[in-house]
Design a protein around this ligand. Sequence first.
Ligand code: GDP
Length: 207
Amino acid sequence: MRISADFVTSAASAGGFPRDRLPEVALVGRSNVGKSSLINALLRKPLARTSAAPGKTRLANFYRVQRGASPPLYLVDLPGYGYARASEGTGGADKRRDEAKREFDRLAEAYFARAVEQPIGVLLLVDSRHPGLESDLDAWRWAQSLSCPSAVVGTKADKLTQALRTRHAREFESLFHMPVPLVSAMDGEGLDELWKKIASLPRQTAA
Ligand code: GDP
């Protein structure tokens, strides 16, 4: 299937978001979960930056993509802090984390306010190897609190044995109350199925 994809813009606040009202799917997840790699694998181009450095971006990055004859949409790379609990500590790292959280909260609030005008879906990325991380469950609760349809995908599936895939897929399904496809940016496993989910997600009625 032919995919055409372009990086369109990075936005730090509402003024920078695209205004053409295409459907959007926002990808969220912990740093290092494999978000940039998955975006690049989905778009078949190295448009998103990958690195092991956590918190490398505080911006919403918009990629316009058209797959086959499907209507175009934006994949939106959101930074991964919106659902983090603000810490109560006073250490430097805690302080930086709190600042990052506040920054993200402002961005996310402005971003999701647009959901009243246009279809936005939320795709939460979790690491296939680690079902049930508290931060992922926090993220899921946060995603559920938005008035947007949401789904979960497990990354780095190539790192699991077949037996673990079956076991973790079952665990994810019971944690998130929906099937969670396990995908790999490395070998392309599950990406066709994920594309179908992405295409339908922003058009679903929010639960
Ligand atoms: P991000 O911080 O969520 O954007 O994560 P990155 O895409 O930068 O990936 C974090 C690390 O996980 C990098 O070392 C990637 O090479 C690795 N990684 C990402 N996706 C996969 C995958 O599907 N399979 C494997 N084996 N490694 C992956």
